[in-house]
Design a protein around this ligand. Structure first.
Ligand SMILES: Nc1ncnc2c1ncn2[C@@H]1O[C@H](COP(=O)(O)OP(=O)(O)OP(=O)(O)O)[C@@H](O)[C@H]1O
Ligand SMILES: [Mg+2]
Length: 226
């Protein structure tokens, strides 16, 4: 579904922040993306989301070479990707419910179905009492959960989540990862950038570790009792 071959990235005239990155995400796989702050996790996710183009190397997405992808097709590919941004990017003048409803409205779902689907998901992430709240009136962790609900509501083929549990306690973090797991079981390919070592060790998913601009594949420790 995603393939990087010797990908390098620099911002402007700066140094390469990613060097010779090669990896693949098979359809239906679930990966964690780890590495110290500044290692390039968000940058790598931006490349996958087609928000940045690599300075060198090859990126293949959904069997298309992104270097030769026409603009119209970029939009088409993006519609298959759900993203949780590190800074949430919620729409300030819309309620939590309307933020999450947006992808379903775009897809043309009926208002009744939208209301019931979105309410159910927001309840599941613990926001039953905040359906009508605007982002500015929510805590960081609550905004994060709205952003996650928006990214998963339309069951994208590929889910990119940048530090999706950075603002919530561990109990909610586990619940959110469980949500990603459920989505993954229904076929979504998932990649999650995280600093949360405990979370990584609780699940038996492969880990892409970034350090000094380079990526290595490591496996998280086996789940206890499995
Ligand atoms: N827009 C930008 N312009 C120039 N340099 C940038 C830009 N965005 C990121 N960088 C640089 O790229 C490197 C990687 O940043 P990135 O945000 O991808 O790291 P990260 O692994 O996501 O870090 P964190 O864990 O803190 O979120 C850093 O050295 C950063 O300074
Ligand atoms: Mg980041």
């Amino acid at each position: 579904m995603v393939r990087f071959e010797n990908v390098g990235l620099r911002y402007g005239m700066g140094p390469e922040v990613l060097r010779d990155i090669s990896f693949g995400l098979a359809p239906g796989s679930f990966h964690f993306l780890t590495g110290p702050s500044g290692a390039g996790k968000s940058s790598l996710l931006r490349l996958i989301y087609l928000a940045l183009r690599p300075s060198r190397g090859l990126i293949n997405m959904f069997d298309r070479d992104v270097a030769t992808l026409p603009r119209a097709d970029t939009q088409d590919l993006r519609r298959r990707i759900g993203v949780v941004f590190q800074d949430f990017r919620l729409i300030e003048h819309l309620s939590a419910l309307d933020n999450v409803a947006l992808p379903l409205r775009v897809a043309g779902m009926s208002p009744q179905r939208i209301k019931s689907n979105v309410s159910e998901l927001l309840s599941w992430v613990g926001l039953t009492d905040h359906l009508d709240s605007r982002p500015a009136t929510l805590s960081g962790g609550q905004q994060q959960r709205v952003a996650i609900a928006r990214a998963v509501i339309s069951r994208p083929q590929l889910l990119l989540a940048d530090e999706p549990t950075g603002n919530v306690d561990n109990e909610i973090a586990m619940r959110l990862i469980y949500l990603f797991d459920e989505l993954n079981k229904m076929g979504t390919t998932v990649i999650i950038a995280t600093h949360n070592e405990e979370l990584v060790s609780r699940f038996n998913h492969p880990v892409i570790h970034l350090e000094d601009g380079e990526a290595s594949m490591v496996r998280s420790p086996e789940k206890e009792g499995v």
